[in-house]
Design a protein around this ligand. Structure first.
Ligand code: NAD
Length: 436
């Protein structure tokens, strides 16, 4: 089978590459010419562990192609995935401009029956909208539409794509269902549950899943804040809660709030959608508010540790990407922290193993120095603040850190250190929800 993937970002590139790995002929299409040129040279534009090797291997095998020519890619394909960005508009709804452009470019390239699959996260009702657009170009018997939301996590994208917990496919067409079942056959063979449903339900499943996961994070952050007041330990609270099979241990790590390209924008879109439908999601509204507060709380913790003001202080900040193992800076908590530090007269020395370029694009150079390694970021700083839990920060030589900081203060917003051990080295140490 030959498939095309429109949009070669985090999702499109991983999806296309993993299908190629399963032996499918894949053409990845993007409007971004430099990105496609880079990929055609075997270099990938994002940081995702293991992806570059897999891209090169499949290009070499002749199964994975990159082009800006939609027509050429779509004409050969039986299944066309749309994986373009659906960013937030100012009002919280999804901006469907790229999705519409992609749909229209498919419409123009239609040369026979195809299944058009929406992989981007899109509002409920998009299936009907997509069908309407395609019908402007070809008759309805020339295509079927399907929703196939993506659940992979950046940083673990390959594992999540090749061995997902489940695949969700929403379509009203028997033919499309059969074609997609065949395409996902390699996952059937490893007994991956495949949930077939209608388009609207499939579209909602993506929002429901993200909202629930972000609610777990937010919930444990609130428990962390209580722990700080009562001398409790949120690690133990999370462990004990997680041992209850009905709750489960995942996504119960207290920290500085969730960020990234999905949870924030998808929750906003869900709230908006639910309001329009007359079925408001008060819980998700609260999750958004509590998460915003938690990110600000991260800044406040640094400020408190510095005696109540960041003015004239230098903050050694470890971690810019919204989470480890990615270079993605979209909606990263570090942005809130850096901007508040700068607003209140402090400066930042920052280091991130992969996220510096994207962060620099968004944050600029005023009041922030981008350093080559964690020790340079700490050198001469008034405080060290851990914002992203990269493994490399876990094993820092804390005695060296002690010598490099102006004052030995650590604010650990990801709980990567043991409080007693760090304090034992002579640091003033604060973390999240470990009032021990
Ligand atoms: P991205 O911004 O990394 O990539 C989008 C790509 O689409 C870009 O390369 C852009 O140039 C390209 N594009 C835009 N318009 C185009 C067009 N008309 N034709 C061809 N290419 C076009 O975005 P992403 O992170 O890959 O996210 C894509 C979608 O997947 C979003 O809806 C997102 O919510 C969803 N999603 C993302 C993740 C994630 O972890 N990143 C996880 C699950 C779902």
């Amino acid at each position: 089978m030959h498939i095309a993937v429109i949009g070669t970002g985090y999702i499109g590139l991983v999806t296309g590459t993993c299908f190629a790995e399963f032996g499918v002929e894949v053409t990845c299409i993007d409007v971004d010419e430099p990105k496609i040129a880079m990929l055609n040279e075997g270099n990938i534009p994002i940081y995702e562990p293991g992806l570059e090797d897999m891209v090169r291997r499949n290009m070499k095998a002749g199964r994975l192609h990159f082009t800006t020519d939609v027509k050429a890619g779509v004409e050969r394909a039986l299944v066309v995935f749309i994986g373009v960005g659906t960013p937030s508009r100012d009002d919280g709804t999804h901006d469907m401009t790229y999705a519409e452009q992609a749909a229209r470019s498919i419409g123009e390239a239609m040369n026979g029956y195809k299944v058009i699959v929406m992989k981007s996260t899109v509002p409920v009702g998009t299936g009907v909208w997509l069908k309407g657009i395609l019908s402007e170009y070809v008759s309805e018997d020339m295509f079927d539409i399907a929703s196939n939301p993506e659940f992979l996590r950046e940083g673990q994208a390959i594992g999540d794509s090749m061995r997902p917990d489940r695949v969700v496919i929403g379509t009203d067409s028997e033919q499309a269902r059969a074609i997609l079942r065949d395409l996902y056959r390699p996952l059937y063979l490893i007994e991956t549950p495949i949930v077939f449903t209608n388009v609207a339900t499939s579209e909602l499943i993506k929002y429901a899943s993200n909202a629930f996961l972000s609610m777990k994070i937010t919930f444990i952050n609130e428990m962390a804040n209580i722990c700080e007041k009562i001398g409790g330990d949120v690690h133990v609270v999370a462990k004990a809660m997680g041992l209850d099979g009905r709750i489960g241990p995942k996504f119960l790590r207290a920290g500085v709030g969730y960020g990234g390209s999905c949870f924030p924008k998808d929750n906003s879109a869900l709230v908006h959608m639910a309001m329009e439908l007359g079925a408001p999601t008060k819980l998700v509204e609260a999750v958004i508010e509590v998460n915003d507060n938690q990110m600000y709380r991260g800044f406040e913790k640094a400020k408190e540790a510095l005696g109540g003001s960041v003015e004239g202080k230098v903050i050694g900040l470890l971690g810019l990407a919204f989470k480890p193992e990615t270079d993605d800076f979209r909606a990263a908590p570090s942005e809130v922290i850096v901007n508040n530090i700068r607003k209140e007269g402090g400066t930042v020395q920052a280091f991130d193993p992969e996220g510096m370029a994207q962060a620099r694009q968004k944050l600029g150079d005023e009041g922030i120095t981008y350093c080559d390694n964690p020790y340079d970021a700490i050198r001469g700083a008034d405080i060290m603040v851990v914002v992203t839990e990269w493994n490399v920060f876990r094993l820092l030589d804390l005695e060296r850190v002690h010598g490099l900081l102006k004052d030995p203060i650590i604010v650990d917003l990801r709980n990567i250190y043991e409080p007693a051990a760090v304090r034992g080295l002579g640091f003033k140490y604060d973390c999240v929800g470990r009032g021990i």
